[in-house]
Design a binder for this molecule. Structure first.
Ligand SMILES: Nc1ncnc2c1ncn2[C@@H]1O[C@H](COP(=O)(O)OP(=O)(O)OP(=O)(O)O)[C@@H](O)[C@H]1O
Length: 317
């Protein structure tokens, strides 16, 4: 982000304008219908250059549908979307040239080696041989795949296969990158490698839209989080601003007891666990057979409250 520019200015729940930076992803009333069922509806937001947008939402929320439309894989039923100023329907070919994506279920071609896969991906994207070779080698080193560069992908672990895909996208050096659950199934080390790659892409000015189920991942990487539920955008804001919307300051998590344990501003029940949102941690004696944990509120609480059920007097502030 250029010095002196504001990364975003929230002007409404759904629109983010970049100050001093070009808008790269635009969704206007975007919708996708399967028969009578709307998988995505009324989705409107903008993401600026060099911004990492994290898309969070429960299973079936519409995250992959959104990514598939933006990567020209799926036609919207209504509304429109622009990527790098190009209409994803009318100018799909051009869009494909400026984006790179790791789809949710993607697997690299398994009879190739990691080197062959990344190298041929770069040739297909139009890089000359020497440049493709250099980029492929750099990316394989960056993603800890150098030692296995000559092994058949088929013989690699699931996490390594996923890293081969992210390495290819990283090496391609495009303007806009879409990552649909890039770290699902990865160990903590591999996950951090992907995180580093996202940070590096952001540093280069790449716009990244990533979906994830790991709330801490969205919090760590995203400049802005798009929360989707049942095909609708619930909220768009920086992670810290979403956390601020959670009532209270602390969460008292109580497992295995009936009845109120803490005076709270809001309460969520998830099975045998009750979460109390409180302003200050109360002096608590653990009731017999119960387990109590007190922790600061987090982005996960925002998701639990806004995407789950709230029993009591939760008020949006
Ligand atoms: N081809 C299809 N036909 C009918 N319904 C579909 C089709 N593809 C997706 N859906 C439905 O659209 C909704 C959104 O699906 P989508 O894959 O976008 O969710 P998601 O947020 O990515 O979920 P997950 O986190 O589980 O990957 C779901 O209810 C899904 O069942």
């Amino acid at each position: 982000m250029a010095e002196g520019t504001c990364p975003y200015l929230l002007v409404s729940e759904k629109l983010i304008f970049q100050l001093g930076v070009a808008v790269v992803i635009v969704c206007e009333n975007l919708g996708r219908r399967y028969g009578d069922f709307w998988a995505l509806r009324g989705v409107t937001f903008e993401v600026g250059k060099g911004v990492v947008a994290g898309v969070l939402g429960p299973n079936g929320a519409g995250k992959t549908t959104l990514v598939r439309i933006l990567t020209t894989e799926l036609m919207p039923s209504e509304g429109r979307a622009l990527v790098a100023g190009l209409d994803v329907v009318k100018e799909a070919e051009k869009v494909r040239r400026v984006i790179a994506a790791v789809p949710q279920e993607a697997r690299p071609i398994d009879f190739l080696t990691p080197y062959e896969f990344v190298y041929s991906y770069l040739l297909l994207r139009g890089y000359p041989r020497r440049e493709a070779k250099r980029r492929a080698e750099d990316a394989l080193k960056t993603f800890g795949l150098w030692e296995v560069r000559g092994r058949e992908i088929d013989t690699l672990s699931g996490g390594m296969k996923r890293r081969v895909l992210v390495a290819s996208v990283f090496a391609a050096d495009v303007d806009v990158v879409f990552l649909d659950e890039p770290t699902t199934g990865l160990d903590v080390y591999s996950r951090r490698m992907v995180w580093n790659a996202v940070s590096e892409m952001k540093r280069r000015g790449v716009t990244v839209l990533l979906t994830t189920h790991y709330v801490e991942e969205a919090a760590a990487l995203s400049d802005v989080v798009v929360v989707i539920n049942r095909g609708r955008v619930v909220d768009i804001a920086p992670p810290g601003a979403l956390v601020e919307k959670v009532p209270g300051r602390y969460v008292v998590e109580v497992y295995g007891t009936d009845g109120a344990v803490a005076e709270s501003r809001a309460r969520i029940k998830i099975g045998d666990r009750v979460l109390y949102y409180v302003d200050s941690p109360p002096p608590l004696a653990e009731p017999r057979g119960a387990k109590i944990v007190v922790r600061p509120k987090s982005l996960e609480d925002y998701i639990l409250i806004n995407v789950g059920e709230v029993e009591e007097d939760y008020e949006d502030d």
